[in-house]
Design a binder for this molecule. Sequence first.
Ligand SMILES: NC(=O)c1ccc[n+]([C@@H]2O[C@H](COP(=O)([O-])OP(=O)(O)OC[C@H]3O[C@@H](n4cnc5c(N)ncnc54)[C@H](O)[C@@H]3O)[C@@H](O)[C@H]2O)c1
Length: 333
Amino acid sequence: MSDNVTTQHKTAACIGGGVIGGGWVARFLLHGWDVNVYDPASDAKRKLDAVLENARAALPALADVAMPSEGKLTFCDTLEAAVTNAHWIQESVPERLDIKHAVFAQVQAACLDSAIIGSSTSGFKPSQLQENALNPQQIMVAHPFNPVYLLPLVELVPSPINNPEIIEQAKTLLTSIGMKPLHVRKEIDAHIADRLLEAVWREGLWMIKDGIATTSEIDDAIRYGFGLRWAQMGLFETYRIAGGEAGMAHFIAQFGPCLEWPWTKLMDVPELTDELIATIAQQSDEQSGHHTIRELERIRDKNLIGIMRVQKDNNWGVGELLNQHDQRLKQLG
Ligand SMILES: NC(=O)c1ccc[n+]([C@@H]2O[C@H](COP(=O)([O-])OP(=O)(O)OC[C@H]3O[C@@H](n4cnc5c(N)ncnc54)[C@H](O)[C@@H]3O)[C@@H](O)[C@H]2O)c1
């Protein structure tokens, strides 16, 4: 990319406009980028409109300065039309390596040499995505979190063949749309965050299977307690405080040995039998079935905005990032 990536009216291409692709569309569009979307599903536009409606209500509520005017959204009939003039191409198609490889081949036959291709993959390593690609060093993982238009984290995972310049360009560009690029320095299956989430999820599945807790009880254990701590300090800073004045070393001395106790079933995965799936689905319906998914999304968005706004007041964590982004938006306006 030759010119200043923070200027407006850049073009992004979003390939796949589902849950995650739709969130990317919203984040780019609401930051003034023109966005081309390609998704062959017949109901893709309807679903995207619903995500955009939520995003328009939510993202500006995080800013204390004017957002750029929305860019132009174009639904393209072909993938080629979507990518030809794009500076950033975000792939968010289903999590199958064969589909992703086919998409990269089509993208690279038509895109600018200077474009960056980010993949939303939750699990594949960049070197797997790059296999047999026309120009492998143009591709890297840019793994976001749902809702992409609100949550800033994006795990940026290059392989050893991506040159430092393209990695820096990607960081600058993602920062310019309000994101927090976390540069994952060593590629690893499922990156950093999903490794952590899978460990917790697996443990939760065991507790349901063994009849210890329901979906709602497990969620309460998170949201009334450690989930609130994690939201603003993460794991290690929280444990530092838990060690009292003696700090981290004391905490580890006190609780580290418990890790050896047979508390965890992490090494095993419960078999996802029809019975276990039906139990989880039924408990989940009882817990949340009285809300539509769109209602739940709006409740989630309002709560996320509140949690992030408090941290803005304290200029802490995600709030510090949002304050810096406000300054950036002010300079653009
Ligand atoms: N859902 C999540 O919470 C989440 C979070 C982070 C990353 N991801 C990753 O994002 C990617 C997409 O996941 P999702 O949850 O949005 O799935 P999804 O099923 O909601 O969306 C996938 C979309 O891709 C479209 N599609 C299929 N083949 C295509 C093609 N050849 N070209 C263009 N579009 C095509 C489908 O029509 C669908 O709309 C996956 O790699 C997933 O691992 C998902």
